[in-house]
Design a protein around this ligand. Structure first.
Ligand code: PGA
Length: 256
């Protein structure tokens, strides 16, 4: 069975106090308003994870994720955070290969392949991001870009490991721009991703794979996007910083 998920990516926003307040507001609204079985993940800055983890109660719908990690287990990498540290702090997920990491921190597909390995080894589920730039969308190379991002960073994984991935399709031109992919544009790529996974592994793994859409998703456009057959939820940036908007997006998945 394919799982529906909404994940919030806080990026480099929110001091600890504000983060704790936002997290508890989300938690309260979820308890009051959301009955579906969709997963809800919040990915705050690293230093918030352990505090927020302590506020989780058993049976809580909310889970925690990180936004990145280093590809090594431990060692002399000043300023970096490892997957095992994330697991020990209470993260169940980690975003890998976000386009901002690829662009501003020069992360390439081979680096991401190593990160996926170390994350899986530590029992954390990767939310692996792929997506084309505006230039690649306009010159028609976006299918090739998606294919190489998947095959160079993730297709070395054994079937059992690959099945633990959540994929997020995030067209770079839609992130933080207010320009959302149309439901048809997003559906086209989500269905293509499923085809590639079926070709590489098998149809049943492809059917069970959770594929999120990310890029200016908000309470107004979420229902239309989530109504597409191959869109299983969203990775939400800006709108995840407001509890009301984030929970309204989560509620849009109830209708799926
Ligand atoms: P956005 O960001 O919702 O603000 O466009 C999405 C993301 O970067 O994950």
């Amino acid at each position: 069975m394919r799982k529906s998920i909404v994940a919030g990516n806080w990026k480099m926003n929110m001091g600890l106090k504000e983060g704790i307040a936002l997290f508890s507001e989300i938690s309260e609204l979820l308890k009051e308003e959301v009955n579906g079985d969709q997963g809800v993940i919040v990915c705050p800055p690293f230093i918030h994870i352990s505090s927020l983890a302590q506020s989780l109660e058993s049976g809580d719908k909310l889970q925690l994720g990180a936004q990145n990690c280093h590809q090594s287990d431990s060692g002399a990498f000043t300023g970096e955070v490892s997957a095992s540290m994330l697991a020990s702090a209470g993260a169940a997920y980690v975003i890998i290969g976000h386009s901002e990491r690829r662009l501003y921190f020069s992360e390439l597909n081979p680096d991401l392949a190593k990160k996926l390995d170390v994350v899986l080894k530590n029992g954390i589920a990767p939310i692996f991001c792929i997506g084309e730039t505006l230039e690649q969308r306009n010159d028609g190379s976006y299918f090739e870009v998606i294919k190489s991002q998947l095959s160079e960073a993730a297709f070395h994984l054994a079937e059992a490991d690959f099945s633990k991935l959540v994929i997020a399709y995030e067209p770079v031109w839609a992130i933080g721009t207010g320009l959302t992919a149309s439901p048809e544009q997003a559906q086209e790529i989500h269905s293509y991703i499923r085809t590639l996974v079926a070709e590489k592994y098998n149809q049943s793994l492809a059917n069970d794979l959770t594929i999120l859409y990310g890029g200016s998703c908000n309470p107004k456009n979420a229902s239309e996007l989530f109504a597409q057959p191959d869109i299983d939820g969203g990775l939400i940036g800006g709108a995840s910083l407001k509890a009301r908007d984030f929970v309204d997006i989560i509620k849009a998945l109830d209708q799926k």
